[in-house]
Every structure is written in structure tokens, then in C-alpha cells.
Design a protein around this ligand. Structure first.
Ligand code: TXA
Ligand code: MG
Length: 343
């Protein structure tokens, strides 16, 4: 077991900066540090060191064919790691970076080979979180970072989630409070003429299209053929009991709750504010508002994790329209779910 340092950083004052300095020094020594970003917590290490990067894969139990995103302090640094910044990438950088967007470009090979899992492309992101930015600046390194969860579990949106998964396996955790967006970045492949969304996320398709005009959604997001983002083929975000998505009105959802309860099952329901008064089950958790999907995104992973601490046998979840953030929310819910029940 490793001794995992734990820093609570409320702001980048003198004390906060001291914590950042300690964490940055550990990064320079090939250690792995978990830190908050505006999307989810990341598990960072020096992207130029294959030893440091292999420590990330080991701590997470992540398959080595799944590449990591490289995090940089500012968009001016992108040119150091890619062969060319395509015109479409330039537009996306100007519009959304720093922010919840990852762009895929052709790598110039300066990053350790295990970061990109042998691909000749590289995913780059400039996080928009004061702690992430201070850490990147202080370490003065490109930082490879996947989400800071054990592989297969929901991504961490608070430091407690990271602690539960990784305490004793990494050098440190910076607790910067709950993350803002709650879902991972949108991954856009900019190596093709028309950019392709490989993973829906914090920047919506509508926002991207305003900048790029046309845009293609990778077929695998709709569960068809082989995904281009290697990570999309793995089982993700899995809660410990089966999750069923229920597409229907309150009466239909109640009929499904009753059906499982008659079988003797304890039913947990992930429910919106709008529906909570209209259904009854042994354990209900409000996830957010149908009218404001940003609230659903923020609470999604925490709610999935919270059900693991209960004695429910099955979780039922409401579905959301695949518009705006609903696209990313439904992408994650469909990956977590074992069944879809239609009205
Ligand atoms: O919001 C986020 O993106 C968070 C925070 C920590 O930055 N990170 C994150 O990383 O979600 P991870 O490793 O959990 O997911 C990265 C996704 C995976 O699906 C991976 O396959 C894909 O991005 N990816 C990374 N590099 C790629 C590349 N060169 N080509 C295609 N897909 C790539
Ligand atoms: Mg992940």
C-alpha cells in the first residue's frame, strides 16, 4: 500500500499554492496525482515519461490499448505535440478551450508511446478549473490523465469518489470540491475533413455545430460498429446492481416498479424533480430537473455510486431527450444500463 497524501484546496491562496507545489513535485518524480477538473476528477502523471504513465494504467486497472488524454496549461502549447493544427481544430480551440472539449490531432511523437496506446494521434484538452490549471502551470509538464476512477466504475465527481477507488494506490489526491459539469469532455476527432464526435460530453453537439458547420457523430456512439475512441468499447460506469432505463410516463414507470416489487425485489429509482411526486418505490434519489439537464449531468455519477451503498436489488432510471447535454447523459446511461424498457 502506498501512502496517499490528501490536500483540501478551497482556493489558490498561499496554503493552496503550497499543496499545488507539493503535488507538482510528486508529478515531476513520476508519481500519480488525482486532481479536480471542471468535468470529472483526473488521474494525472507526466505524459513524457512512460514509467509515470504506466503507473496510471496500473492504479486504475485500465486496459493498455485505451489511450489517455494529454492535459496542457494553455492552448499555445498544443503545437509542441502535434504535427499540424488543422483549420477546424483552430476554430474549436478558439471557441472552447479552456473547457470541456478534447481534440484529436496527429501526434508528433513527443509524448510517451503508452499515452496514445500506439496510435499516431493524440487527444488534447485544456481544463478550465483553477486547481487543474495551477497544477499544470506549476508542474510545467504535459499531464496524461484519464478519469480518476477504477476502470469500469462511474467517473469521480468528488474527491471522496477518488479516495474510495484509489486510496493506497496513488501518491496524492487534491480535493477541490465537487466538479462543475459532472460528465467528461466531448472528444472530437479533427484529423478528418469533417470533424467526428467520438464521445459526447460537456460541449454539446449544437454548440460544436455553431462553430464547425457540419459534424459527424461516430456510429459506435449509437452502438453500431467498432468505436474510434478505444475507450468507448469498454463497459463503463457500471453500478453494482442492474440498471434498467424506463422510457415512459409516470404511470408506466410505476407499473415497472410494482412489477419488480411483486417479485420481491427492492427497487431504487433515479428520478427527476418533475416525476418524484408521481412515483413510489423503496428508495428514490432525485437526480435533477428534466427542465435543466445540467443538474442531471452534475448528479449522474454520484447518484449511481450512492445506490451502491443501499440494499436495492435493481435501479430504474428515467430517460432524457437526446438534445443538448441529454446526448451525453443518455450515452452514459445506455452504457451503464443492462436493459431498456419501452412503454
Ligand atoms: O473530461 C475528461 O475528458 C476527463 C478529465 C479528467 O479530463 N478525462 C477522461 O479521460 O474522461 P478518459 O481516459 O476516462 O477518457 C478518454 C477518452 C477515451 O474514450 C479514449 O479512448 C479517448 O478519450 N481517446 C484518448 N485519446 C484518443 C485518441 N488519440 N484517439 C481516439 N480516442 C482517444
Ligand atoms: Mg474514464
Amino acid at each position: 500500500m502506498k501512502q496517499t497524501k490528501y490536500w483540501t484546496v478551497k482556493e489558490i491562496d498561499r496554503e493552496g499554492q503550497q499543496a499545488i507545489n507539493q503535488a507538482a513535485n510528486l508529478l515531476k518524480q513520476q508519481e500519480v496525482i488525482a486532481f479536480p477538473t471542471e468535468t470529472v476528477y483526473g488521474l494525472g502523471a507526466d505524459a513524457t515519461s512512460s514509467q509515470a504513465v504506466s503507473n496510471i494504467f496500473a492504479a486504475k486497472g485500465r486496459p493498455s490499448d485505451n489511450p489517455l488524454i494529454v492535459h496542457l496549461a494553455s492552448s499555445e502549447q498544443i503545437g509542441q505535440y502535434v504535427t499540424t493544427i488543422t483549420p477546424i481544430a483552430k476554430k474549436l480551440i478558439d471557441a472552447f478551450m479552456p473547457g470541456p472539449l478534447t481534440i484529436i490531432l496527429a501526434s508528433n511523437g513527443k509524448i510517451a508511446a503508452n499515452v496514445t496506446a500506439g496510435l499516431d494521434t493524440i487527444g488534447i484538452r485544456i481544463p478550465d478549473h483553477p486547481i487543474a490549471r495551477a497544477l499544470l502551470k506549476e508542474a510545467n509538464l504535459p499531464i496524461a490523465a484519464p478519469s480518476a476512477n477504477t476502470s469500469g466504475k462511474p467517473s469521480p465527481t468528488s474527491a471522496v469518489h477518488v479516495y474510495n477507488d484509489l486510496n493506497g494506490k496513488i501518491a496524492g489526491i487534491i480535493d477541490g470540491g465537487p466538479t462543475g459539469v459532472g460528465l467528461e469532455s466531448t472528444v472530437v476527432d479533427c484529423t478528418t475533413e469533417v470533424p467526428v464526435v467520438l464521445r459526447p460530453g460537456g460541449v454539446t453537439q449544437e454548440q460544436l455545430e455553431e462553430v464547425t458547420g457540419t459534424l459527424v457523430l461516430d456510429h459506435s456512439i449509437k452502438k453500431e460498429d467498432q468505436p474510434k475512441a478505444p475507450g468507448m468499447k469498454y463497459n463503463h460506469y457500471e453500478p453494482e446492481v442492474p440498471l434498467y432505463l424506463v422510457d415512459g410516463d409516470a404511470a408506466f414507470i410505476q407499473s415497472q416498479i410494482d412489477r419488480f416489487e411483486i417479485e420481491g425485489k427492492k427497487v431504487g429509482v433515479m428520478v427527476s424533480e418533475e416525476l418524484v411526486a408521481h412515483v413510489t418505490a423503496s428508495n428514490m434519489k432525485i437526480i435533477g430537473s428534466q427542465a435543466d439537464l445540467t443538474t442531471v449531468a452534475v448528479h449522474l455519477y454520484d447518484t449511481l455510486r450512492a445506490f451502491n451503498k443501499t440494499d436495492v436489488d435493481i435501479i430504474l432510471a428515467e430517460v432524457y431527450p437526446k438534445i443538448g447535454l441529454g446526448e451525453a447523459i443518455m450515452n452514459r446511461l445506455e452504457k451503464a444500463a443492462s436493459q431498456l424498457i419501452l412503454q
